[in-house]
Design a protein around this ligand. Structure first.
Ligand SMILES: Nc1ncnc2c1ncn2[C@@H]1O[C@H](COP(=O)(O)OP(=O)(O)O)[C@@H](O)[C@H]1O
Ligand SMILES: [Mg+2]
Ligand SMILES: [Zn+2]
Length: 317
């Protein structure tokens, strides 16, 4: 996008040329406008890598889309973007220059899901990303400001592990973002998750709840659950921190195959303990949102599309 922008006027939205203050103010307005049309924003985070954030983000987004919500999925794991591979999205954005007025189209997965990942903008997906903080901050701001997300019920944001630039940028840019924290049952992962929960406290991000992933193993032969690590640690930690426990997803070899082949689990798997687990997690997220923000009806149900400020009972649009 606009990091190589050559424009000399305040129409530059990258902030790297022209009048920086005007460009930042303009970008702030674009961000406010984009976010105003998105009802619920959910950051999926964890203290540790490899615990299943991208898997949870993808299946949460897909599960909500399957339930008829308008959903966006934003991959802010800039060093290790996985979402395109998990959804088998191979498109490339045609032009990376904006004229300052038109918005870029996100990728589309099925009818209800829009997706953005840095891979969509890269010439060669195998190029390593060697970026420091300010560029990462700018990329995430542009993911919001310059993308045509339109009206959404949910924006799911897949973060890299830890509490670095990316989740901090999301917290600072999307003030009403809510967190879902993913962990695995082992003690070491749980120690890291406490850091994530403390981060949320620190930046005043509300936590929808915790997901314990890789919790037991589903035998492919008899479909029964085998406890290979002790389970229940996530629920205990959630209790300690006073946050909801959203559910536990077992290890299911089909989830790995689905992730590698670009066929996400919920798009193909027949009913199984893991699909049931995802369904329960999605229902718990819906319940939290309904309790916290009763006006967050589905766009389709609300009967109008004028954004988060709309009151469907009084709106005449
Ligand atoms: N419940 C699960 N059962 C089996 N494999 C899983 C499960 N959750 C994640 N995986 C696999 O583990 C690997 C890491 O998951 P990923 O979602 O990429 O983690 P993260 O985003 O936290 O780094 C992937 O290969 C993924 O397919
Ligand atoms: Mg990931
Ligand atoms: Zn068995």
């Amino acid at each position: 996008m606009g990091n190589s922008c050559q424009q000399k006027s305040s129409s530059c939205s990258s902030g790297s040329c022209g009048s920086p203050d005007a460009a930042v103010a303009k970008q702030n307005m674009a961000i406010t406008s984009s976010l105003g049309k998105i009802k619920n924003k959910i950051l999926v985070m964890s203290g540790k890598g490899g615990v299943g954030k991208s898997t949870v983000s993808t299946n949460l987004a897909l599960g909500l889309a399957n339930r008829g919500y308008k959903v966006g999925l934003m991959d802010v794991d800039l060093h290790g973007p996985d979402i395109c591979r998990m959804l088998n999205l191979t498109e490339k954005l045609q032009s990376t220059q904006t004229d300052g007025r038109s918005l870029f189209p996100p990728m589309q997965y099925g009818e209800n899901l829009k997706v953005i990942s840095l891979e969509y903008m890269m010439e060669d997906r195998d190029d390593p990303i060697i970026w420091r903080g300010p560029l990462k901050v700018q990329a995430i701001r542009q993911f919001i400001a310059d993308m045509d997300w339109g009206e959404l019920d949910y924006l799911i944001i897949d973060a890299p592990p830890g509490t670095g630039d990316e989740p901090l940028t999301v917290a600072q840019t999307i003030k009403d973002a809510l967190a879902v924290v993913v962990t695995t049952p082992q003690e070491v992962a749980l120690a890291d998750v406490r850091k994530s929960l403390n981060f949320c406290k620190h930046v005043k991000m509300k936590v929808i709840g915790m997901v314990e992933n890789m919790s037991g193993f589903i035998c492919p032969h008899c479909n029964k659950s085998v406890e290979i690590f002790k389970t229940g640690g996530g629920e205990k930690t959630a209790g300690e921190f006073g946050v909801n426990f959203l559910g536990r997803v077992p290890i299911d070899p089909r989830i790995v195959v689905g992730g590698d082949d670009g066929k996400p689990y919920l798009s193909s798997a027949a009913e199984s303990p893991a699909t049931k687990a995802f369904a329960e997690i999605i229902s718990n997220v819906e319940k939290y949102i309904a309790a916290a923000a009763p006006s967050s009806l589905k766009i389709a149900d609300a009967g109008c599309a004028c954004g988060s400020t709309c009151n469907p009972t009084t709106c005449s649009c």
